[in-house]
Design a protein around this ligand. Structure first.
Ligand code: ATP
Ligand SMILES: Nc1ccn([C@@H]2O[C@H](COP(=O)(O)O)[C@@H](O)[C@H]2O)c(=O)n1
Length: 210
């Protein structure tokens, strides 16, 4: 028996996602601002599932998928992979997980990501966590990261900063205009940043009583 055509799988996933009713928080910030580090803390304390768009794309390369070469060269150049590829990976990861609350880290990265995700999934984020950090500090952190990532070199880091300023900041500004951005000073220690993050995720008495 042959497998179902791509278009059928896509439509089925869209319907399933609409039924699942998930709560999503987008986690944004420049490269090396500490998104992944803080997501790990949020998972432990608040029970979310962490989905890193970058990790999903790197896993797709390793899986030997037909898009692998294209994804690998985009990442090497610090460029943004076409939305349909990334969204498909996010959809699949959300559907495969029994949790109903997700941190989506490093997505949406540009206006195309944002509009396509909204159109396909009909999901609106609860809020957007934005880690604000200077380029100088982010570059220092990335160069110390030592995880063997092909894009953690000065040349690609500078390209990633440019893409962040030109393509990702406008997405943050879009959500700012909707009152959805929770900005965190990410230049502090990991512990201090997490104190600020906890305050965002902990409902105030007012919210609990409402
Ligand atoms: N507040 C902090 N102070 C100092 N170092 C930090 C802090 N937060 C994270 N780091 C370190 O900086 C490096 C980058 O952090 P992390 O991987 O969490 O950033 P990221 O925003 O997810 O990066 P990318 O977008 O490139 O994947 C890691 O080595 C991490 O241990
Ligand atoms: N929405 C996204 C997210 C990431 N990428 C590509 O992956 C690279 C690494 O991302 P990290 O979040 O792990 O730093 C990034 O520079 C992009 O090339 C993407 O295309 N779309």
């Amino acid at each position: 028996m042959g497998s179902a055509p791509e278009s059928v799988i896509k439509e089925t996933n869209e319907n399933l996602l609409a039924e699942k009713k998930v709560k999503v928080v987008f986690v944004l910030g420049g490269p090396g601002s500490g998104k992944g580090t803080q997501c790990a803390n949020i998972v432990k304390h608040f029970g979310y599932t962490h989905l890193s768009a970058g990790d999903l794309l790197r896993a797709e390369i390793k899986s030997g998928s037909e898009n692998g070469n294209m994804i690998q060269s985009m990442i090497k150049e610090g460029k943004i992979v076409p939305s349909e590829v990334t969204i498909k990976l996010l959809q699949r990861a959300i559907l495969e997980d029994s949790n109903d609350k997700f941190l989506i880290d490093g997505f949406p990265r540009n206006e195309e990501n944002r509009a396509a995700f909204e159109a396909v999934t009909k999901i609106e984020p609860e809020f957007v966590l934005f880690f604000d950090c200077s380029e100088e500090e982010m570059e220092r952190r990335i160069l110390n990261r030592n995880q063997g990532r092909e894009d953690d070199n000065v040349e690609t880091i500078r390209k990633r900063f440019k893409v962040f300023l030109e393509s990702s900041l406008p997405v943050i500004e879009y959500y700012e205009s909707k009152g959805k951005v929770r900005k965190i000073d990410a230049a502090q220690s990991i512990e201090e940043v997490f104190e600020a993050v906890k305050a965002v995720f902990t409902p105030t008495n007012e919210q609990v009583d409402a």
